[in-house]
Design a protein around this ligand. Structure first.
Ligand code: URA
Length: 184
């Protein structure tokens, strides 16, 4: 287990733990406030993220930023990371062994950030963190507490691009997160 951000970043820089390493341009480690109360976890980098090494900067990220603006949340106040740090080919879902090979990096990020709340963006984040028995449709918008951390599953921002009606749920879930964060 690593004790510092420097050690963690050093441990990942040449990662070859799974087949995604072959296709990456950049490792997309994570970004934001390293002492954030709120952490966001997505699925894995897309093409834009792979090119620039930063999570959620493509279309889905822009939509997420718009939702942040709408509720007065600043991107730099939260910490944003993904289940897998390298882009899956053609943006397919990460496979089980790829996610398990990568999860220790995310666990280390959570230990270092010590968030009060983790927002799980979509079913890949939900199922890899809390378990396959959780379904995003049934779980979204409902708090789940485990080992002192509050989890809020919500839609993945890319789902909002496909179905506009989900935007309102997403904004409401984020508002709920902000309100809860102010009371704990
Ligand atoms: N989708 C994700 O899940 N993560 C990103 O960083 C970008 C798009």
């Amino acid at each position: 287990m690593v004790d510092t951000w420097e050690e963690l970043e050093k441990s990942i820089v040449n990662c070859q733990k799974c087949r995604l390493a072959k296709g990456r341009t950049n490792i997309v480690f994570g970004i934001g406030n390293k002492n954030a109360d709120i952490m966001f976890v997505g699925e894995g980098p897309g093409a834009d993220e792979d090119r620039l090494g930063e999570p959620f900067i493509g279309k889905a990220g822009k939509l997420m930023n718009m939702a942040f603006d709408a509720i007065g949340l600043k991107r730099e106040d939260v910490y944003i990371a993904n289940i897998v740090k390298c882009r899956p080919p053609l943006n397919r879902n990460p496979e089980f062994d790829e996610a398990s090979a990568c999860l220790n990096y995310l666990r280390a990020q959570v230990i270092l950030v010590k968030p009060k709340i983790i927002v799980l963006l979509g079913s890949i984040a939900l199922q890899n963190i809390l378990g396959k028995e959780y379904k995003i449709t049934a779980s979204r918008g409902k708090w789940i507490e485990q080992k002192g951390i509050l989890y809020m599953p919500t839609w993945h921002p890319a789902a909002l691009l496909r179905d506009e009606t989900k935007k309102i749920d997403f904004i409401n879930d984020l508002k709920e997160v902000l309100e809860r964060n102010n009371t704990i």
